[in-house]
Design a protein around this ligand. Structure first.
Ligand SMILES: *[C@@H]1O[C@H](CO)[C@@H](O)[C@H](O)[C@H]1NC(C)=O
Ligand SMILES: *[C@@H]1O[C@H](CO)[C@@H](O)[C@H](O)[C@H]1NC(C)=O
Ligand SMILES: *[C@@H]1O[C@H](CO)[C@@H](O)[C@H](O)[C@H]1NC(C)=O
Length: 320
């Protein structure tokens, strides 16, 4: 089953004993990144798979109801029907959609409304808890989560207090995430570690474990606003934590890299990392998401090229 974290701190002792072998991680990350990813014949299918795992995101200060509306439309129709037809994919149920749309809390009602009007059940994810820095009082962050849930968000992306992780206050971090878990109620919670600010790979591993123990459904690398985005060494440490946690507890927690993921080639590399490290089960939107805003455009261009043998002119694939 896809379990919610064990919801227990009884494993916190485990954390203090953890050491990450950094040279080994860097070697393995290099190996995964330089390997030729997917055979040409399989590429279109893999790219469609990647599309279904995208959290199509807009997080701009100037987001408006109308650009959220366009985002939702794009999430429902990520790839042109005629291209899907050429790939024999146009009659697959509701069709191919992205995994979710992801917006600021204040834009949740717009997204819910747009998707409802489109008769579409794509999840609405919202970043909350003072995204991206998390520098608002706990009370405010909890209210923000409850508000987004009340407005109809079905997934909440929270950010952790990086200071707690940097200074090794694991019990305090656990307690804080547990409160977010409660505020989320039944909706899915993705916990953003802000790995660019955690100092070491050991801290990344420990923060991953704590986030899972406290009931996260997903752990996510970055807000996309730190100085460093999702990197392979960090990802490797996080997915190993997911694997170790699964072996220890039987709970499956998802993984979401985010920040700086722009190209179809990037998406394929991320999928193959998941396949190699966690297996096919973690290639589904229930357990894998790519946080991205511009990735979809490049994937659509690559699929267009696959189908037609030429590259799309701008007017062929107008972006949402
Ligand atoms: C909404 O979708 C459902 C299931 O896909 C379909 O049965 C129904 O007719 C649709 N309703 C509208 C108003 O499009
Ligand atoms: C984060 O944790 C640190 C260390 O305990 C604390 O001083 C700080 O106030 C916390 N930040 C927020 C926004 O609660
Ligand atoms: C991280 O990703 C964001 C969003 O894609 C991008 O705007 C930013 O320039 C990236 N930062 C770095 C350091 O690569």
């Amino acid at each position: 089953c896809i379990g919610r974290g064990a919801g227990t701190s009884s494993y916190l002792g485990w954390i203090s004993r953890v050491r990450v072998n950094q040279p080994a991680v860097l070697r393995r990350a290099e190996q995964l990144q330089t390997r030729r990813t997917v055979k040409k014949d399989w590429q279109a299918a893999w790219l469609l798979r990647a599309v279904t795992c995208i959290d199509l995101t807009t997080l701009s200060g100037d987001d408006t109801p109308s650009n959220v509306h366009r985002l939702c439309f794009k999430a429902k129709h990520p790839i042109r029907d005629d291209l899907l037809k050429c790939l024999n994919m146009h009659d697959k149920g509701e069709g191919i959609t992205t995994g979710a749309v992801c917006v600021y809390p204040s834009r949740v009602p717009d997204a819910v409304k747009a998707l409802k009007a489109a008769n579409c059940t794509i999840p609405v994810a919202s970043v909350a808890t003072g995204f991206p820095a998390g520098q608002t009082p706990l009370k405010t962050r909890l209210e923000e989560v409850r508000g987004a849930v009340a407005d109809g968000a079905t997934e909440i992306d929270i950010v952790i207090n990086r200071t707690l992780a940097l200074t090794g206050q694991w019990q305090a971090l656990y307690n804080e995430i547990t409160q977010f878990r409660e505020a989320c109620g039944e909706v899915h919670m993705k916990t953003i570690l802000g790995t660019g600010e955690l100092g070491s790979l050991s801290n990344v591993y420990k923060a991953s474990l704590v986030a899972m123990m406290a009931g996260s459904d997903f752990i996510k690398t970055s807000t996309g606003k730190e100085g460093v985005n999702a990197t392979f060494p960090v990802a490797l440490v996080m997915v190993r934590a997911i694997r170790d946690y699964y072996w220890k507890t039987g709970s499956k927690v998802g993984f979401k890299p985010a920040g700086g993921i722009h190209t179809a080639k990037d998406a394929l590399a991320w999928l193959s990392l998941m396949k190699e490290e966690l297996g096919d089960e973690w290639l589904k939107p229930e357990l894998f998401r790519l946080g991205a805003s511009t990735l979809l455009g490049d994937i659509e261009r690559q699929i267009y090229h696959h189908v037609t043998g030429r590259y799309a002119a701008h007017h062929d694939l107008p972006m949402a």
